[in-house]
Design a protein around this ligand. Structure first.
Ligand SMILES: Cc1cc2nc3c(=O)[nH]c(=O)nc-3n(C[C@H](O)[C@H](O)[C@H](O)COP(=O)(O)OP(=O)(O)OC[C@H]3O[C@@H](n4cnc5c(N)ncnc54)[C@H](O)[C@@H]3O)c2cc1C
Length: 450
């Protein structure tokens, strides 16, 4: 490959206590909780909105049975705000029925439009400096290469550097940990294959008296032509072929999680472009399939689709500890927890086609207790002022399929925000922060956190 040398002087435009890269559920949680501890916090996001997959990804619901923490505060705030703005069209009975049909609590059903505003308001309340439309591109390391002195950002305004005492990478893919040289693996241990990508979309004009939600790959029901999941595999072109129909808070609207593209590396722009094209074209076919075969969809139409391709899995960074499926299955009370009462199943989408992967466990997942995630999964060996938060923390492919869901990511962010703040207070490496002190603050901050 031909190369050129490109050099430029880069202005240092600000200096903060804590910089958080990526404003998804984890980045939001980290910025909010660190600012609540009184720190000067900047939150940097490449897109024009806060929320990551929860908003740009057009998500329908907070998954699993995670308890406590910032997650509970957030869903309560979003629930009240939704009622404030959509009072005249939200029928409480309707939401209750939708939630009951899907074993969710009403607060778990998301209206991404509401969430976009609630997240912004909460960040403003605690004084987070928000930088949208800004991509975190690189790091400036010290001579020993064990400390990030600043993060390089690029935007319409040009390239700039922000100095920070602590850096929190919540980009989902760990773009900044990668630039800082933290070791990682991608996807499944044996072959590096990653979970498929999806563009979520919403359909309106649905006859809600006929529609049934389908939450998991093992759920199905009989339609005129036979078993719904079987027919979908026959009619839709692979790798599409499974049926997942989720609720929304709006009167005749459902959310569809059925586009599917395999063998995409979400850290490669060419692959992302391919995934976007494949999934976007599938939306037309899926719409026809739903109208032709599935009760309630005869007059339904696509009203919206996600503005970003939903990437489930990319890098898993090597932390001081590692989350494993055993930790989740045993649900042991770990002394060094940063997150606790986390709960979901092993949601591995088929890495080679449609449906559930052979290593995934949904209906058969019998562990009902909440599990802990140890602090060491958020801390790396070599960089003393870097914390990880979100789906790319240190863990195995299978464990990741569980902790990647949004409630757990919000609470990861909350814990990491507190850890960053304490590291500043005691002037120490993030590795040396007293975990008991972090836990004390987490339990005091959230009265529901048991
Ligand atoms: C299609 C799909 C369906 C899902 N369904 C559900 C569901 O129903 N319920 C559930 O709870 N979970 C669901 N999940 C899982 C969940 O949404 C994600 O795992 C979770 O959002 C991860 O949170 P995060 O904060 O780590 O990352 P993300 O939500 O991915 O947020 C990362 C943020 O960082 C930004 N960013 C990335 N790189 C940079 C950079 N270099 N500079 C600046 N900003 C950057 C991104 O724009 C994004 O806003 C789903 C995921 C997908 C993809």
């Amino acid at each position: 490959m031909e190369i050129i040398q490109y050099k430029q002087e880069i202005p240092i435009t600000d200096e903060v206590d804590i910089i958080v890269l990526g404003a998804g559920p984890a980045g939001f949680g980290a910025a909010y909780s660190a600012a609540k501890q009184g720190k000067k916090v900047m939150l940097v996001e490449q897109s024009g909105m806060v929320g990551g997959v929860a908003t740009s990804g057009l998500m329908s619901h907070w998954t699993g049975n995670t308890k406590g923490g910032l997650y509970e505060e957030l869903i309560e705030r979003a629930y009240s705000f939704e009622r404030e703005i959509n009072k005249s069209i939200i029928k409480e009975d309707m939401i209750k029925v939708r939630a009951e049909k899907s074993s969710l609590c009403p607060q778990q059903i998301i209206n991404p439009e509401t969430l976009k505003v609630v997240l912004l308001r909460m960040l403003e309340e605690v004084g987070v400096i928000l930088r949208l439309y800004t991509f975190a591109m690189d790091v400036h390391l010290n001579e020993q290469k064990d400390r990030i002195q600043g993060v390089l950002l690029t935007s319409k305004s040009g390239i700039e550097m922000i100095k920070a005492t602590i850096v929190i990478d919540a980009t989902g893919d760990g773009d900044i940990a990668y630039k800082a040289g933290v070791p990682f693996t991608k996807g499944r241990e044996k072959d590096g294959r990653m979970q498929p990508v999806t563009i979520m979309f919403k359909m309106a004009g649905v006859d809600m008296s006929k529609v049934k939600y389908v939450y998991g790959f093992e759920e199905s029901y009989e339609i005129e032509a036979g078993d719904l999941q079987t027919i979908a595999k026959q009619v839709l072109k692979a790798p599409a072929g499974h049926v997942l129909i989720y609720p929304s808070t709006l009167p005749d609207v459902v959310t569809i999680n059925m586009t599917n593209c395999i063998d995409i590396d979400g850290t490669d722009a060419k692959d992302l472009t391919k995934g976007e094209r494949v999934c976007r074209y599938q939306i037309q076919d899926i719409t026809h399939f739903l109208r032709d075969y599935v009760p309630g969809f005869k007059n339904a139409y696509v009203m919206d689709s996600a503005s970003i391709l939903g990437v489930r899995e990319t890098r898993h960074f090597k932390g001081i500890s590692m989350m494993t499926e055993e930790i989740i299955l045993e649900a042991k009370k770990l002394e060094d927890w940063l997150v606790k009462d986390a709960h979901f199943n092993f949601d591995i989408h088929n890495l080679t086609g449609a449906g559930l992967d052979k290593d995934g466990v949904q209906q058969e997942f019998s562990q009902s207790k909440g599990y802990c995630i140890p602090y060491g999964c958020f801390v790396v060996e070599k960089i003393n002022n870097l914390l990880l938060a979100g789906r790319m923390i240190s863990g195995t492919h299978k464990a990741h399929s569980n902790y990647r869901v949004m409630p757990i990511c919000v609470n990861m962010g909350e814990g990491v925000g507190v850890a960053a703040s304490l590291a500043i207070d005691v002037n120490s490496s993030v590795k040396d922060v007293n975990i008991k002190e972090i836990q004390k603050i987490l339990m005091n901050t959230e009265p529901n956190f048991m």
